[in-house]
Design a protein around this ligand. Structure first.
Ligand SMILES: Cc1cc2nc3c(=O)[nH]c(=O)nc-3n(C[C@H](O)[C@H](O)[C@H](O)COP(=O)(O)OP(=O)(O)OC[C@H]3O[C@@H](n4cnc5c(N)ncnc54)[C@H](O)[C@@H]3O)c2cc1C
Ligand code: FES
Length: 279
């Protein structure tokens, strides 16, 4: 069992939790994730390692409440326990040797992009962080992202923070103004990662995206997480989750992510009916 040390809401739909998991904390590296199960009947869900403290033996996760399992997770409180917390899983992000990077997060994707920005910045790479949210009430990790970058640009779809537009508008502006990126990292909804990859392709800027496919075991045994990259089948849990954005078949990935939509909606509705829904 894995103890919940701390729980803290970041906005109405996102929560940060610190979990006691010394074996995961000892080996965790940027880009990796864990798979957790809240209780015996829970499903296994993948969440990125947002931070870790090797000495304290803790791992931080940040999750968005989107369906049954994340709602169930959010019903747990500090002092309680999670049944399974397995990791670190996935390949470590390859971040060495870049001069100037743009790290782009979309909504909940900022929780996943933030550790990448932090690691790059610590290695001496100049980092522009571009974070996009639907509106200003959903902005998370602003201070953390500012600290992890040389420049932070926060965009909102509705302009409620005074900076209206998608992350791609900010990226295009920076490129037009001469930002000489040798790396772009984009993490967020698939349409956003596709748009960023399409933008950078003509400039030949290396673009890494993090694939949030459906996962079951997370150890390469089932292929539930498969996707097509450069015409080849890859498993996101062992070959990724980082991939070259210029090679990923995003349309296929989007279709596969929608496979269980009716079942997910039914489970969420049933859970909300029994336990009172999102708090
Ligand atoms: C490697 C990896 C790292 C991830 N890291 C994080 C993270 O740090 N924070 C976070 O909030 N989420 C993260 N996700 C997504 C997270 O796993 C899903 O949101 C979660 O499994 C949803 O479970 P649920 O039962 O609550 O919702 P479900 O009922 O399973 O789904 C509800 C809705 O969310 C969508 N959804 C389901 N699974 C995913 C998925 N894997 N990615 C995107 N959308 C999904 C569904 O299409 C549906 O619309 C990550 C996914 C992967 C593969
Ligand atoms: S989740 Fe089963 S192989 Fe990746």
């Amino acid at each position: 069992m894995f103890k919940i040390i701390k729980k803290e809401p970041l906005n109405p739909s996102m929560t940060r939790m610190v979990i006691e998991a010394p074996f995961v904390a000892r080996k965790a590296m940027p880009g990796q994730f864990i798979i957790l199960r809240v209780n015996e009947t829970g499903e296994r869900i993948p969440l990125t390692i947002a931070d870790y403290d090797r000495e304290a033996g803790t791992v931080t996760i940040i999750y968005q409440k989107v369906g049954k399992s994340t709602l169930l997770l959010d019903e747990q409180e500090a002092g309680g326990y999670l049944m399974d917390f397995i990791g670190p899983l996935g390949k470590v992000s390859e971040l060495e040797g870049y001069k100037k990077a743009a790290v782009i997060g979309g909504g909940a994707g900022c929780a996943i992009a933030y550790p990448q920005a932090k690691a790059l910045h610590a290695m001496g790479t100049k980092v522009d962080m571009i974070a996009g949210f639907r509106d200003k009430d959903l902005i998370i990790l602003e201070n953390e992202m500012r600290e992890a970058s040389d420049r932070l640009i926060v965009m909102t779809d509705d302009g409620s923070n005074g900076n209206k537009g998608f992350v791609t508008a900010a990226l295009q502006k920076n490129i037009d103004e001469g930002a000489d990126y040798d790396l772009v990292i984009a993490i967020g909804p698939i349409p956003m990662m596709k748009a960023v990859s399409n933008l950078t392709k003509p400039y030949g800027i290396k673009t890494i995206i993090s694939m949030n496919t459906i996962m079951v075991d997370g150890t390469g045994m089932c292929g539930g997480c498969r996707l097509t990259v450069g015409g080849e089948t890859k498993f996101a849990c062992v070959d990724g989750p980082d991939f070259d954005g210029h090679l990923v078949d995003f349309d296929e990935a989007m279709k596969r992510l929608g496979t269980y939509k009716p079942e997910e909606a039914r489970e969420r509705e049933e859970h909300c009916r029994l336990y009172g829904g999102i708090k």
